[in-house]
Design a binder for this molecule. Structure first.
Ligand code: UD2
Ligand code: MN
Length: 344
């Protein structure tokens, strides 16, 4: 009997010892993993923050400061805005003017707006690459301002204009937009937006989630069908951290094509998974256009796409050089003009 109890106890004791040992090993392994992960995040954050620091902190009495005091008093906006309408019929008036669009949006200043009734869940910068598409820009501004207001966002619209008539570079313009917009505000979310795509359904939320989002499931010109499964063109939403993590877009795509697939590969290399709205929600009208002069098909694009995993660290936000010609705070958008061909 005695022998049995001793045996029993020591057996239990040994079991306990084994269990404690296992716990220690698991604890040690996971703590190493998390320390690694935690060290990564501040590094990225510091860099993005330092990009914005100079100007955000430098400008006294900006909209940001006043907004901060105001926002502190408000409750958070609901996760679904009560102002959403769903699918709407878009009208494009041939004789629309910028003055009319300004008059329709008296509460938008310097391209910015935030809800009065609540504190927006995200600060969202809309970045639009642009050259010689004034009419498209006008239509987009007309539809996008009320659309974003119905979604109760704290948003700003930036148009990044490429000066001169040499080869167009959509992706590099969007990198510039990200870097320059962060000088105004520490935006949570960036929407990379073609000038000629107008969203038809305001349930298509212009905000960021824990994975990058592709907001164009379909457009009128392709029967509202997804062009191919990896398609990542037109309008995409990436958080400040997601875009920073992949080092932004490549700067090396001159002319039409490939830069959207390059960004998708960057996202996939970082084990992120692209999400999309439902097909009936991710619907856009693309205003008809022909291929622009200076944006001819880039025949190098396939070669570039084969190099992504090798070059993404050195080609992107970290190497985006440009000559900033002007930043104009217009009533309905911030206009950033850059030159890619003379020394920065
Ligand atoms: C597709 C993609 C687009 C991009 C492009 C290839 C869709 C809906 N869009 O657009 O995201 O990947 O293929 O590069 O699939 N732009 C100007 N001025 C110019 C040239 C271009 O403003 O002279 C801007 C403008 O914002 C335009 C965008 O670049 O919307 C894309 O160029 P596009 O509209 O000529 O190309 P598209 O429609 O084939
Ligand atoms: Mn287009």
């Amino acid at each position: 009997m005695n022998f049995n109890v001793t045996f029993h106890l020591s057996y239990r004791f040994r079991l306990l010892l084994l269990f404690t040992l296992c716990l220690t090993v698991v604890g040690w392994a996971t703590s190493n993993y998390f320390v690694g992960a935690i060290q990564e995040i501040p590094k990225a954050k510091d860099l993005v923050a330092s990009l914005s620091k100079g100007v955000v902190l430098g400008k006294k009495g900006t909209v940001t400061d006043e907004a901060f005091v105001e926002k502190a008093k408000l409750d958070n906006c609901p996760s679904v805005s009560p102002h959403l309408k769903g699918q709407t019929k878009l009208v494009f008036k041939p004789d629309l003017t910028l003055e009319e669009v300004q008059a329709e949006n008296p509460t938008v200043h310097r391209g910015r707006h935030r809800p009065e009734e609540c504190r927006a869940l995200q600060r969202v910068a809309i970045l639009i690459p642009h050259r010689h598409r004034e009419k498209h820009l006008l239509y987009l501004l007309e539809h996008l301002h009320p659309f974003l207001q119905r979604q109760q966002l704290d948003y700003g619209i930036y148009v990044i204009h490429q000066a001169g008539s040499k080869k167009f570079n959509r992706a590099k313009l969007l990198n510039v937009g990200y870097i320059e917009a962060l000088k105004d505000e520490i935006w949570d979310c960036f929407i990379f937006h073609d000038v000629d795509l107008v969203p038809e359904n305001d349930l298509n939320l212009y905000r960021c989630e824990d994975q990058p989002r592709h907001l164009v499931v379909g457009r009128n010109s392709t029967g509202y069908r997804l062009r191919y499964s990896g398609y990542f063109g037109g309008v995409t939403a990436l958080s400040r951290e997601q875009f920073f993590k992949v080092n932004g877009f490549s700067n090396n795509y001159w002319g039409w094509g490939g830069e959207d697939d390059d960004l998708r590969l960057r996202v996939e290399l970082h084990r992120m998974k692209i999400t999309r709205p439902l097909p009936e929600v991710g619907k856009y009208t693309m205003i008809f256009h022909k291929r622009d002069q200076g944006n001819e098909v880039n025949i190098e694009r396939m070669n570039l796409l084969h190099q992504v995993s090798r070059v993404w660290r050195t080609d992107g936000l970290s190497s985006c050089d440009y000559k900033l010609l002007s930043v104009n705070y217009n009533p309905l958008y911030v206009n950033i003009t850059v030159d890619f061909w003379s020394d920065p």
